[in-house]
Design a protein around this ligand. Sequence first.
Ligand SMILES: [Zn+2]
Length: 159
Amino acid sequence: MDGRSLLADLQAELRNYLIDNLAEQGLKSSEIAARVGLTKEAVQRRLRKRKQQRTRLQAIDQMYADYCLAECRQIDGLKQRSWKAQARVRAYGGMVDELVDLLAVIERDAAICHLCGQPVEPHQLEFDHVIPLVWGGAHNTANVRVAHGRCNAIKGARL
Ligand SMILES: [Zn+2]
């Protein structure tokens, strides 16, 4: 992913965030459209997608809750993974911004692999640093995405 597409991604995320917030405040699609500079249809598409994502998030919460009951070390495992990543950042001489809340990352990404766009089942779960740590990428929430282990292995440390 180059800098320009990363920027476009962030702009789209920010716009979606604005649309969601305005919808929660009770604004109509046409009012939201006027504020964010999109067509009413584009706003409605986004709101439909948000509804689907919410339904999917509930399913994910259930799926991971079930998994955690079966594999009770999963939550601790997530914490340990974040600590390990921090140790790697320090080894590369980088900065540790924060302890990344990996469960929040799973929810934000709706458990979709950012490399192939397909759903990630708990046993396939890995986290990818969009800008690799070895390239100076930060270990923070913004730079961490959900990925399949197999997709992550293919990507390696390439950008
Ligand atoms: Zn994948």
